[in-house]
Design a binder for this molecule. Structure first.
Ligand SMILES: [Zn+2]
Length: 136
């Protein structure tokens, strides 16, 4: 891993005010690769879109205030791409997104079942119930 080094890329915030630092921190052999973002979600140890977008190769989120046109982060970007490949981060993120998509689908199906149950009980209440013969 001697050819890989810790790399920081600066991305714009979606609100357009300021930006965030995404760091691919290499610390061998102790911690391995730690991927951090100092946005509110990332600082709170929650998954954020900045890391995912960079790993997926989206360079459109670079913070223009941090890079002038003649100092586009070519070296840092290339280093990050090496890290992504060597650690299989693209595969990891692709699997994560496929799993989330499947879970979202199941969530919609469950929500439909919940609505159907509510509707069924509401129908019983509004259409009239009979005395329960077992407890009469
Ligand atoms: Zn972030």
């Amino acid at each position: 891993m001697h050819d890989l080094k810790t790399t920081t890329l600066y991305v714009a915030s979606s609100s357009g005010v300021g930006g965030y630092a995404v760091t691919f921190d290499l610390d061998f052999p102790e911690n391995g690769l730690i991927i951090e973002c100092d946005c509110p979600a990332g600082s709170n140890n929650t998954m954020c879109k900045h890391r995912l977008l960079l790993i997926k190769g989206d360079s459109s989120i670079f913070d223009p205030d941090m890079y002038s046109k003649d100092c586009f982060p070519n070296e840092d970007w290339e280093m990050m791409c090496h890290i992504v490949k060597r650690f299989g981060l693209d595969t990891l993120v692709a699997k994560y997104e496929a799993t989330l998509a499947e879970l979202e689908k199941q969530k919609k199906q469950l929500a439909a079942k919940v609505r159907a149950e509510k509707k069924a009980l509401q129908r019983k209440f509004s259409e009239g119930l009979q005395i329960n013969k077992e407890h009469g």
